[in-house]
Ligand binder design. Sequence first.
Ligand code: NAI
Length: 390
Amino acid sequence: MAANRKLRMGMVGGGIGAFIGDVHRKAAALDGQIELVAGAFDIDPEKSKKVGRELFLDDRRVYGSYDEMIEHEKALPESDRIDFVSICTPNHTHFPIAKGFLEAGFHVMCEKPMTISADQARQLDKIVSEKGLVFGLMHNYTGYPMVKLARDMVRQGDVGKIRKVVVQYPQGWLATALESTGNMQASWRTDPAKSGGSGCGGDIGTHAENLAEYITGLKITHLCAQLNTFVEGRKVDDDVNCLLKFDNGASGVLHASQISVGEENNLAIWVYGEKAGLEWHQEYPNDLWVKPLGQPEQKWRRGNPFVAEKSAAAGRFMRIPPGHPEAFFEAMANIYRNFTDTIIAKTEGKKPDEIVLDFPDVKDGLRGMLFLETLLESAKSDKKWTELKS
Ligand code: NAI
């Protein structure tokens, strides 16, 4: 059914002055497979309507709330209603919105962190498997071709047994009390009822955790965490420092921060195995540094045929030749492409290919929440190690 038409997308969030919803709209449109047809874009119904008009949507499908959107979309003929919803709202709303759309039979693409508790994450996991629906989680950094190349080098044994992983995500934008100026993004991120128990950990620590587990294929088993709140009066952590143990015995260091003055989005990872090291920086995403034992280091560059030869998953997503940089929009588009192709395969009654199933999902969302709850527990504990129980 879906093979000869675009998938119909609805959106919750991404209203006036919002950040990530607009990135979703552009990324989802990149491959021409998805069409935005409906939305409840803003907590303010008037603003939602305004966004709908700016996007030339049918006013009848621009809603004042997500409840209204679920009701109306569900009642439309199957040939008109949305195929999936993208949830681009603050963290505390992800669970009720995702649950509502899943229960109404819609596929879901959700922003991270998936929920604000592991219990909510388990509930979503259960609903997704019971309903047989497709659930994507926007850990967009795993959409970068050079991250996929790194993952495949690990899988192919080029790195050898992994001994150490260092992953960081420093930012500096919350180095002052930006929330007291009325800044929308800062306000809800520093409100524990809206962000979840951990501020910096939930906002960007989960990206680092997800990236480390994706590239290495390892699972974090234990944490030793220290959380800081440097800005006076702030109610959530704004700085995270954490030691990690992985299930193969490897050690790790994860640090994330929103008070690292001068840093923008300095997400980076180093993976050290017995045979080679790997290094990737989000701010220079077209390069992967490979450092084989006893040999000069190599810089692998996105877009070259040798990248595609090494990693089909990376090759699938090199849209333009080397030297024309691809970055944030394309990485998100890559997540959308695999999510979309999975929906199409399922709609046609086919089993999606492994390469297509390569996108973060509800299980990654649950891992993220388990990581966050363990992070908070460890930070309060006097014990050196706290187990990350699955
Ligand atoms: P934002 O504050 O810029 O925008 C949130 C939008 O949601 C606003 O338009 C607001 O009116 C709307 N909204 C809130 N409650 C709503 C409701 N009940 N119904 C309809 N609309 C509602 O937030 P931002 O920065 O865009 O973050 C949104 C989500 O995306 C968060 O979960 C955040 O963690 C995640 N995010 C992910 C990024 C990534 O790289 N994957 C980057 C930035 C944010």
